[in-house]
Every structure is written in structure tokens, then in C-alpha cells.
Design a protein around this ligand. Structure first.
Ligand code: NAI
Length: 272
């Protein structure tokens, strides 16, 4: 194995869930620019529509958009049938689709709690079970789950989201053992604050009267690197974990958080 095989992504195939925006879109671009044929899936809606336009505007001939809700086994079954027809195998799976959530025990909704776990955790099991034969047919396939720094350290009011992202750490570790017999590696990344539609939506909800630029400055201060992350920061880490250079890494969780987890205390960005 050469230390850096620059052509290794050429002609390979990938599925990036939730790939129409944010970290998923950056990951799709990182793989497509390296020559991989990338399928992105998203729920039906404006984000998916916008992705079609973005693919055309960026001139990518090797990114294809599919409609699928990752928490629906029926949708994912259909999606993998379409991928089987289109590609015949799958080298890379990035379980990126996820939703943010703020949980208030005084106004608890079990329905909402289950929705968060379904989209953030059950989806990984659905994708792996429905996609297993496609992944198995590709030599040395690799999977990356997208967790969060909230799986490690957190703030109050995030218990449902935190539960989902912490569960992914255990799932990634355990699934690494189960998938090893098929020659499939599985790892995860745990990002800090990354500038995506999800982050800004959450900020607007939590602090509607504070300028986004100010919140970005405060959040940047919480990261020892001095800034919040760009989706490409996470995409590059994901691409590394999918690569041949990571061939001896499985069951691992890579923090992509600008050092946030290393801090002993994290002050809230809602405070001055
Ligand atoms: P985003 O909201 O910008 O993008 C997520 C994409 O997933 C969207 O296109 C959305 O439509 C799609 N999606 C949501 N539910 C879906 C479903 N049921 N089926 C199919 N597609 C669905 O979010 P972002 O920030 O790019 O998040 C990506 C992942 O990164 C998530 O798992 C999130 O929890 C994680 N993350 C994000 C951080 C951030 O600061 N932005 C920090 C840590 C983790």
C-alpha cells in the first residue's frame, strides 16, 4: 500500500444520506471531486430541490439525487434497489442525515423523542441492513457515521439529541465487530459546531434577537482553534476514514471539534 494513493476514489461508488445540504453536501463534493460516483438521498422538500440545482450549477456529472427518508425502511429498500441497478456495488456509505433537537422535560413528547432516535440512530441500522449486500460486494467497503461532540460533552436541554449521538458511539463500536467478517470498516466523526443550515436554524430558534455573526463569534471562542468549523473540515475527516490510509481503523470515533472536547469547562454562548 502506498502512503497516499491519490487515485483511490476514482470509479468508486458512495451513498451520502442527507447529502443535499450542510456536511452531507460537502462530503458528496469531496468524494465526487476525487472521482467517486456519489448518490445523495434526502427527504422530499425544498432542500432536495435545491440540491438538484446545486449539482447542475457546480457541474458535477457524478452526483445523483434520490428521494428517501432515512428512517423509513420502505424508502431505503427502494433506494438500495435503485443503487443496485445504477452501480451494482457500494464502496462507501456515509450515514450523515440527522436532526437537531432541544428537549424540555416539562413539555416532553415521546413522539418527538422517538423521531429523533429514529432519524439519528435507527436509520444507521436500516441503511446497513438494506445496503449490506451491496457493501459486501465491494472489496474493502467503508462506512462513516456522523455523530456529534454532544455524544461526549454537552449543555443542558439537549438530552434527546445527546442520547441519540451517544448511542451512535456504542453502535459504531459494536457494528465494527459484526461488519469485520464482511471486510467492511465502520467509524464515526464527532463534529463540534459546524456552520450549516442546522446550526443556524438552532441558533435562530434559541436566540432570535442575537445577530448570527455575534453567535458565530461566541461559538468560535468555545473552540480552542478559535473558530467554528466549515462543513469541509468534517468532509475531509470523513474522506480520510473512508480511504485506504485508514485501512487499520475501525470502530473508532474521530472528534472534529477544533479542540472543544479538550476543554475542561465550556461556557454557554448565550452568556456574555
Ligand atoms: P443540515 O440540516 O444542514 O443537513 C442535514 C441534511 O439531512 C438535510 O439536508 C436534511 O434535509 C437531511 N435529513 C434530515 N432528516 C432526514 C431524513 N429523515 N431522511 C433523509 N434526509 C434527512 O445538518 P448538518 O449540520 O449538515 O448535519 C449533518 C449531520 O451532522 C447530522 O447528523 C448532525 O447531527 C451532525 N452534526 C452537525 C453539527 C453542526 O454543528 N452542524 C455538529 C455535530 C454534528
Amino acid at each position: 500500500m502506498s502512503l497516499l494513493n491519490t487515485n483511490q476514489f476514482e470509479g468508486k461508488t458512495a451513498l451520502v444520506t442527507g447529502g443535499a445540504g450542510g456536511i452531507g453536501w460537502a462530503t458528496a463534493c469531496a468524494l465526487a471531486s476525487a472521482g467517486t460516483n456519489v448518490a445523495i438521498c434526502n427527504r422530499l422538500g425544498t432542500t432536495l430541490d435545491a440540491a438538484e440545482g446545486r449539482i447542475e450549477a457546480a457541474g458535477y456529472k457524478n452526483i445523483t439525487c434520490f428521494e428517501a427518508d432515512v428512517s423509513s425502511q420502505a424508502d431505503m429498500k427502494k433506494l438500495f434497489a435503485a443503487l443496485t441497478k445504477q452501480y451494482g456495488r457500494l464502496n462507501y456509505l456515509v450515514n450523515n442525515a440527522g436532526i437537531d433537537s432541544f428537549c424540555d422535560l416539562q413539555d416532553f413528547s415521546i413522539r418527538e423523542f422517538r423521531r429523533v432516535l429514529d432519524i439519528n440512530v435507527s436509520s444507521v441500522f436500516i441503511a446497513l441492513s438494506e445496503g449490506l449486500s451491496l457493501l459486501r460486494d465491494a472489496a474493502n467497503a467503508a462506512v462513516v457515521n456522523v455523530g456529534s461532540v454532544h455524544g461526549h460533552v454537552t449543555t443542558s436541554g439537549r438530552a434527546d439529541y445527546v442520547t441519540s449521538k451517544t448511542a451512535l458511539i456504542g453502535a459504531t463500536r459494536a457494528l465494527a465487530l459484526d461488519l469485520a467478517e464482511f471486510g467492511i470498516r465502520i467509524n464515526m466523526v464527532s463534529p463540534g459546531a459546524i456552520e450549516t443550515p442546522m446550526l443556524t436554524r438552532g441558533w435562530q430558534k434559541k436566540a432570535p434577537n442575537t445577530e448570527l455573526a455575534e453567535l458565530k463569534r461566541r461559538a468560535g471562542r468555545q473552540h480552542p482553534c478559535g473558530r467554528i468549523g466549515d462543513p469541509r473540515d468534517v468532509a475531509q475527516a470523513i474522506r480520510f476514514l473512508l480511504s485506504e490510509e485508514a485501512s487499520f481503523i475501525t470502530g473508532a470515533d474521530l472528534l472534529v471539534d477544533g479542540g472543544m472536547h479538550a476543554k475542561l469547562a465550556i461556557s454557554s454562548i448565550w452568556e456574555e
